[in-house]
Write a protein that binds this ligand. Structure first.
Ligand code: NAD
Length: 487
């Protein structure tokens, strides 16, 4: 049976090109189906525009919230199935995809609660002639465009606040990972979301994604993905004079201070870079170690990294599955080969695993490199794979000069026993999130987003819904006499 897509509240075959998703473990076909066409885009957006203008935006907040609470419960009930689907699409270990599914359920629940308690404002009243108040109104149709690395979690981070704000959503998932997004649409339908408010349109970014964001009835772009695509979408948003929230790439520094608990730091660093096979925007991919601890940290790091289990994502205890595709694995390998040619030391990894059982999958070993300057290509560009570059630093000034020498500014990690020092250092790092003695931990109530070329805007937190709304100010005259000309 061919996979249907969700257009304007109906499940049917897309009218676009054939598309497919493959299992990165062995390259086998998960599903092949027809993607959305340009006509499907039009139809979905027209229906979305009618749907948010209908009773949805008039519903009381707790009634909109109820749909999100139901979705959250449905996700939890089907956690294993959703985790399996996502792992089939992108090869992540099941333990990780389970956590991502649980995070999607948590997001829906949190946003539902925030939606019920969202308030307007009564600005300070300064005039006896009138009073003012300010309400939050929906924007309209939102284009949500997502990458392949954490689909269900990043999709819910867009859909839930947009719907809570009274909008409609057109979701275009990444080419490689359509399955979880389509399943999510099924759950929203089961939860009673009115038809047309959500469409899921798989297809090529340059064709279908672009047609969605350029459509005149789309009033905001909410994008997670690479910086090059993000910049392109920002130009489109500028032309249309609409908002764009952009969650983009990173090359995040992790810092080991002189006084750090080395054992704790090293385990955190390994998790920070090698979980998800390094295919995470927040991967701690540049490591700065105080010169006095450099060799000790490296020796321990290499030892722990060599103990990581690379293999089948379904096997309990697997730390790293395959990368998303062989093309991506080759791009990661090319970065490492270039570093090798430039004289880097490859301290561990630097190739695909030799185990014949893994030969069909797009696997690559966790890799640690040092010996290159901070301005070399592997130290500057986002590799988006299991590659850690290590650099020594002498003092705080040297550290900040190197750590902030990046076009990116998504996140950073600091390992130290001195919280006063950590606090001061954190304030000087040009990044949107700093983890101190922990890494890659998330709270839905804490805003997330990048500095510099890592993005624009923030997701999550209580203000997350307002990112999908606009303020309207009302003036209420208080006088009974006819208005005079003001002077
Ligand atoms: P990508 O930019 O290639 O694609 C992301 C999405 O954009 C896909 O759905 C794609 O089809 C679509 N797209 C591509 N071109 C388009 C166009 N012209 N118009 C509209 N849509 C278009 O990124 P990717 O390779 O899927 O994901 C990896 C990137 O995502 C990395 O750079 C990573 O750092 C970033 N990322 C960022 C965050 C964050 O929160 N900051 C989270 C996850 C991933």
């Amino acid at each position: 049976m061919s996979q249907k897509i969700f257009i304007a509240g109906q499940w049917r075959e897309g009218r676009g090109d054939m598309t497919e998703s493959r299992y990165p473990v062995d390259g086998s076909l998960n599903v092949q189906f027809r993607a959305a066409s340009l006509e499907d885009v039009d139809e979905a957006i027209e229906a979305a525009d009618a749907a948010w203008r209908g009773e949805w935006s008039e519903r009381l907040p707790h009634q909109r919230a109820e749909v999100l609470y139901r979705v959250s419960r449905l996700i939890e009930e089907q956690l294993d199935e959703l985790a399996e689907l996502q792992s089939r699409d992108n090869g992540k270990p099941l333990a990780e995809t389970r956590a991502l599914v649980a995070s999607a359920a948590g997001t829906a629940r949190y946003v539902a609660a925030a939606c019920e308690t969202l308030e307007g404002e009564l600005p300070t009243q300064r005039s006896p002639e009138f009073m003012t108040l300010s309400t939050w109104e929906p924007l309209g149709v939102i284009a949500a465009i997502t990458p392949w690395n954490s689909p269900i979690a990043s999709e819910m981070q867009k859909i839930a606040p947009a719907l809570a704000g009274g909008n409609a959503v057109i979701l275009k998932p990444a080419e490689a990972t359509p399955l979880a997004a389509l399943k999510l649409a099924e759950l929203f339908e089961q939860a009673g979301l009115p038809a047309g408010l959500l469409s899921v349109l798989p297809g090529r970014g340059r064709v279908i994604g672009e047609a969605i964001v350029k459509h005149p009835k789309v009033r905001k772009i909410s994008f997670t993905g690479g910086t090059t695509t993000g910049r392109h979408l920002a130009h489109i948003a500028a032309d249309k004079l609409i908002g764009a929230s952009l969650e983009l790439g990173g090359k995040s520094p992790t810092i080991v201070c002189e006084d750090a608990d080395i054992e704790q730091a090293v385990k955190g660093i390994c998790y920070g870079i090698f979980s998800s096979g390094g295919q995470a925007c927040i991967a701690g991919s540049r490591l700065f170690v105080h010169r006095s601890q450099y060799e000790t940290v490296l020796a321990r790091l290499v030892k722990i990294t060599q103990g990581l289990r690379v293999g089948d994502p379904r096997t309990p205890g697997t730390h790293m599955g395959p990368l998303i595709s062989t093309a991506h694995r080759d791009s990661v390998a090319a970065y490492v080969d270039q570093a090798r040619a430039e004289g880097a030391r490859i301290l561990t990894g630097g190739c695909a695993p030799e185990d014949p059982a893994l030969s069909k999958g797009s696997y690559y070993l966790p890799t640690i490199i040092d010996g290159l300057p901070a301005d070399s290509r592997v130290c500057q560009e986002e590799i988006f794979g299991p590659v850690l570059v290590v650099l020594p630093y002498e003092n705080e000034a040297d550290l900040l000069a190197q750590a902030n020498d990046s076009v990116f500014g998504l996140a950073a990690g600091i390992w130290t026993k001195d919280y006063r020092n950590a606090f001061k250092l954190a304030r000087k790092l040009e990044v949107g999130t700093v983890w101190i003695n922990t890494y890659k931990k998330f709270s839905i109530s804490t805003p997330f987003g990048g500095y510099k070329e890592s993005g624009l805007g923030r997701e999550k937190g209580r203000l997350g819904i307002q990112a999908y709304m606009q303020q309207k100010s009302l003036y209420l005259g208080l006088e009974h006499t006819p208005m005079g000309w003001s002077d």
